[in-house]
Design a protein around this ligand. Structure first.
Ligand code: ADP
Ligand code: MG
Length: 262
């Protein structure tokens, strides 16, 4: 069963027109269609400004597309028919800027409790603490971190806390929007491996948005390449490596230091 089905998604922004007075619109997404299946890791590759984050913001409802449709587990979330609220927590997003996803005035414990309390299920303190222990274990964080505030954490720890928070919602789709670009290489690799391990255990699908070809090749089952507002490639990772269809994909592979495909 598909987790996410995006059809003919279109999105444009008003921009100040050059030379002429007034505004004109710039197409950022120009008819994007793709499907993500259960347990699948799908990468979206494209250069900066190619519209990757715009796709994520349309899926999470932060942005209204101009047209097309987005279906999550058979339920329309755009155009919205009142389903968004019920599935909101099932789509979780880890942001590029991990400082943005944690409230600086909340301790880690408060932050995790808040994530739990925003769920509709009623629970008690003991169950809450068990759930929090579970996600701390899952993200390799020790319990003493609960009393700390975001400024007292390293970048990697902050990203783990953000991940722990999203796990509390038991997501079916985790969107990673260049989640690790603010971290050093070793920490980046550790976080990505952790997310993949958690996917194995918990079975969510991943949409991995990045401009980093090497990491996409490593963790994705399938890769979509975005170029000038359109999808120019949507292939299994191994096929994309051996038989890229679009010249832009070849350029991306070569620019990342990979040998030119035959
Ligand atoms: P990426 O994540 O691939 O770097 P984005 O999706 O953030 O790209 O942006 C795609 C394009 O849309 C860029 O040219 C960006 O300047 C433009 N854009 C994004 N958000 C807005 C906005 N709110 N208003 C105007 N233009 C925007
Ligand atoms: Mg972006």
């Amino acid at each position: 069963m598909s987790v996410l089905e995006v059809k003919d998604l279109r999105c444009s922004f008003k921009v100040q027109a050059q030379r002429v007075f007034g505004k004109q619109r710039k197409d950022v997404l120009d008819g994007i269609s793709y499907t993500i299946h259960q347990r699948e890791t799908v990468g979206i590759l494209g250069e900066s400004g190619s519209g990757k984050s715009t796709i994520a913001r349309c899926i999470t409802g932060l942005l209204h597309p101009d047209g097309g449709s987005i279906v999550f587990r058979g339920l329309n979330i755009f155009p919205d028919t009142g389903n968004r609220k019920s599935i909101r927590r099932k789509i979780q997003m880890l942001f590029q800027n991990h400082t943005a996803s944690l409230n600086p005035r909340m301790s880690v414990k408060q932050s995790l409790l808040e994530a739990l309390n925003s769920q509709d299920v009623s629970s008690n303190k003991k169950v809450d603490l068990e759930k929090i222990q579970d996600v701390l274990d899952a993200t390799n964080l020790s319990y003493d971190i609960l009393q700390r505030y975001p400024r007292q954490l390293s970048g990697g720890q902050r990203q783990r806390v953000a991940l722990a928070r999203s796990l509390l919602a038991r997501p079916e789709l985790l969107i990673l929007d260049e989640p690790t670009s603010a971290l050093d290489i070793l920490t980046q690799v550790q976080i990505l491996h952790l997310v993949k391990k958690l996917q194995d255990e918990r079975g969510f699908a991943i949409l991995y948005i990045t401009h980093d070809v090497a990491s996409a090749l490593e963790i994705c089952d399938r890769i979509i390449v975005l170029y000038r507002g359109k999808i120019v490639e949507d292939q299994e990772t191994s096929r994309l490596l051996s038989k890229p269809r679009h010249p832009y994909t070849k350029d991306l592979l070569i620019a990342s230091g990979l040998p030119e495909p035959a």
